[in-house]
Write a protein that binds this ligand. Structure first.
Ligand SMILES: C[S@@+](CC[C@H](N)C(=O)[O-])C[C@H]1O[C@@H](n2cnc3c(N)ncnc32)[C@H](O)[C@@H]1O
Length: 388
């Protein structure tokens, strides 16, 4: 095995996670015991402009180790295994080993304890499954990966590291795994904008479904749902900073401006006194807008000159609709152009105003409710303040 003096080690990684406060005592031993590098393929991918370029361990062993044991997420597959860019470059990361601090955060949020049986969705490299196996015993861990090559690679890595009894299923994790149900926990390491009800159905009453959630409008986070005895589950976002790739069949279109806007488009022009920072900044308003304006992706375009004129694009690839807000300094209203079957700026503004009239609820006041009929998201009643 090639290492250099400069390369960080597993022990250093674990110490830094503990020092950051993201890794509690109960997971520390597991993080120390699982050899992370066994799970990372020889070829990983690094960003190069808008593309991803292969980084081979044999060519750059120190850089490879820095990424594996540093505070990074490591891209392990692009474009579902067939690099789509020129000269073998990748366009979109389709599998990765998540950042170690985020893995720790998810495991802690899952409140996993010895004696539990866990279903992981999104095996990827197998690293998270190995941590679960180290803590719970490999026989208590089942993991599902949709990509057959990734699933096979993870099986080999798990066996090499001594966790060969983990059940690795090749299939669509959105279907859950009825053959192994019920589980104490379903932990997804792939985002579910619409949480599949099967995950609730395959979890014991009192158990948890923990999954990243994300949206086209950008708000994302970690969702924790408690399963009730009536077969429903309720919960909310317990973190609003993490972002994961979504389930294959729930991928979110994030079009570039040129993918939606054509020179021949004749937009409708109006003026607004709503400042886009109200629509875009922070978590609370964007979360409410994300719920009500599905499929709307936004892009900020910085000023090119020194006159502070910037713009925000609102883009929906599905309906080929777009809106453009042009900021000009020292004005109290601004031009908005809108084109296509949807009026995206009007939709976002209306959702913002409903959120404002509702008393500007914080993102943590929204409840996700899962039933066999699907997912709904509602505002929880405001807690009464107790007077002394
Ligand atoms: C962020 S990676 C998971 C990281 C992984 N837990 C690890 O430790 O390396 C997400 C994985 O979910 C997989 N995935 C996407 N959609 C899926 C689905 N419907 N069912 C199962 N796996 C899926 C992807 O192929 C990818 O490998």
């Amino acid at each position: 095995m090639t290492t250099t003096a400069a390369a960080p080690s597993l022990a250093e990684l674990v110490e830094s996670l503990a020092a950051e406060g993201v890794l509690g005592e109960s997971w520390r031993a597991a993080f120390l015991a699982v050899p992370r590098e066994v799970f990372i393929p020889e070829v990983i991918w690094r960003e190069a402009g808008d593309d991803l370029m292969p980084l081979r361990r044999c060519d750059e062993p120190a850089e490879w180790l820095h990424r594996v044991y540093g505070p990074h997420y490591v891209v392990t597959q692009v474009d579902d295994g067939s690099p789509a860019g020129p000269d073998g470059r990748g366009r979109v990361a389709t599998s990765s080993a998540s950042r170690p601090d985020i893995v720790a955060l998810m495991l802690e949020a899952g409140r996993v304890e010895p004696g539990m049986r866990v279903l992981e969705i999104g095996t990827g490299t197998g690293y998270t499954a190995a941590l679960l196996a180290e803590r719970l015993g490999a026989g208590n861990v089942t993991t599902i990966e949709v990509d057959p090559q990734l699933a096979e690679r993870a099986r080999v890595a798990l066996t090499t590291a001594g966790y060969g009894e983990v059940t690795v299923i090749t299939g669509d994790g959105a279907q859950g795994y009825p053959e192994g149900a019920p589980f104490d926990r379903v932990l997804s390491t792939v985002a579910a904008p619409q949480v599949p009800y099967s995950w609730v159905a395959h979890t014991c009453p009192g158990g948890l479904v923990v999954t990243p959630w994300n949206s086209a409008y950008k708000p994302a986070g970690l969702l924790s749902l408690t399963v009730e005895s009536d077969g429903t589950a309720t919960g909310g976002l317990v973190n609003t900073t993490i972002s994961f790739m979504p389930l294959r069949d729930q991928r979110i279109a994030r079009p570039a401006v040129a993918d939606v806007v054509r020179d021949t488009d004749a937009p409708e022009v109006s003026h607004t006194d709503v400042h886009p920072s109200d629509l875009c900044n922070g978590d609370d308003a964007p979360f409410a807008i994300a719920l009500e304006v599905p499929g709307c992706h936004r892009e900020y375009e910085a000023a090119t000159g020194d006159d502070d004129r910037w713009r925000v694009w609102f883009l929906d690839a599905g309906s080929q609709s777009w809106a453009r807000f042009d900021y000009q300094p020292n004005a109290d209203h601004w031009p908005v152009q809108q084109f296509g079957p949807r009026r995206l700026f009007d939709e976002a503004t209306a959702a913002y105003q409903r959120w404002d009239h509702a008393g500007r609820p914080s993102v943590t006041r929204w409840r996700f409710i899962l039933t066999p009929e699907g997912q709904r998201v509602e505002l929880a009643p405001e807690r009464r303040k107790h007077r002394p």
